[in-house]
Design a protein around this ligand. Sequence first.
Ligand code: UT7
Length: 328
Amino acid sequence: MGISILGAGCCLPQQEVDNHAFESFIETSDEWITTRTGIHCRRISDGILTYQMGAEAARQALKDADTAPEEIDMVLATTVTADTTTPSLACLAAAEVGIKTAPCMDLNAACTGFVYALDVAEKYLSTGSAKKILILSAEMMSRIVNFKDRSSCVLFGDGAAAVVVGPSDKMYHSWLACNLDGRYKIFSKATNSENPFRKKDFDWPEEVAEMQPGLMEMAGNEVYRFATQAMPEAVQRCCEKAGFTPEQLDRIIPHQANLRIIRTALKHLGLPEEKVHINIQHYGNISSACIPLSLCEMKRAGELHPGDKICLVGFGSGLTYGAAVLEW
Ligand code: UT7
């Protein structure tokens, strides 16, 4: 049993922020950001909420899939930057598009979220528990980015993308993992309410004790090293499960964290850049929304053809990583 992507949609905030815009408040340059990351621009929310971006992406995906809201059996949302702790992003976005009773839940696997969600969806579809599932990935990274930290604030952007998936007999395989030794390497503490009963500070592990709640901190170099080996490993292992080699893939859709990470991963795999969809220059890193956004762009551009073997591969906080290969 496999999975069929029936429709896709996306939504990006209107505000476009180029690298020069950072030069006025941190010590950086367009040249540094471009050469070290490949990023030229990103979109940053000027008021639109995460669930509103998710809902717009979902609306487009439903339309593209020619699917009515009532036909959706489940909504899976992926995010690390929901507007609310409760209810879920999935509930808020689904209600906006007219879904009334389908089960809705959020899944947090950071930037690997879409790959994880696709895998969960495939399990529901393959058992017949669901016929159509809406997966929406929406992120407002600007909500947790520390704009005083030049090594991370230039990397991220906001946006959302969604797909409607259904069962199919086409090929599908996945390989998911975590490297939990790296769990503190990309970290953002929850904020806390005032509480008259708590007299002491929380006893956080010393690695993260000094971090400020609500802001993200990242050990960039260590994540970089992890990513350059994790992405090739995930692609290789997933292809192994599928019974072919990475060279036999037609397209690779990687998480967009740094152009240099993508290029190094490709080099390890011995694959040419033409097989890879790259849009980091326009949007930066939108966490779990990167991969479905690429899917949406490629689908709209007619770049995916029936029978193509495509590989989605991501890594992120956790440190989660993983890949899925599917036939288009
Ligand atoms: O979804 C997953 C999330 N995260 C990632 O994927 C991040 C992975 N890591 C990376 O992409 C890279 O490690 C970074 C882009 C974060 C950093 O690039 P790098 O080439 O590894 O630079 P570096 O950290 O080794 O820093 C080199 C220099 C340092 O200055 P000194 O100490 O050599 O004087 C940094 O302070 O570059 C400096 N630097 C900057 N300079 C100008 C760091 N950020 C900036 C900046 N502008 N924005």
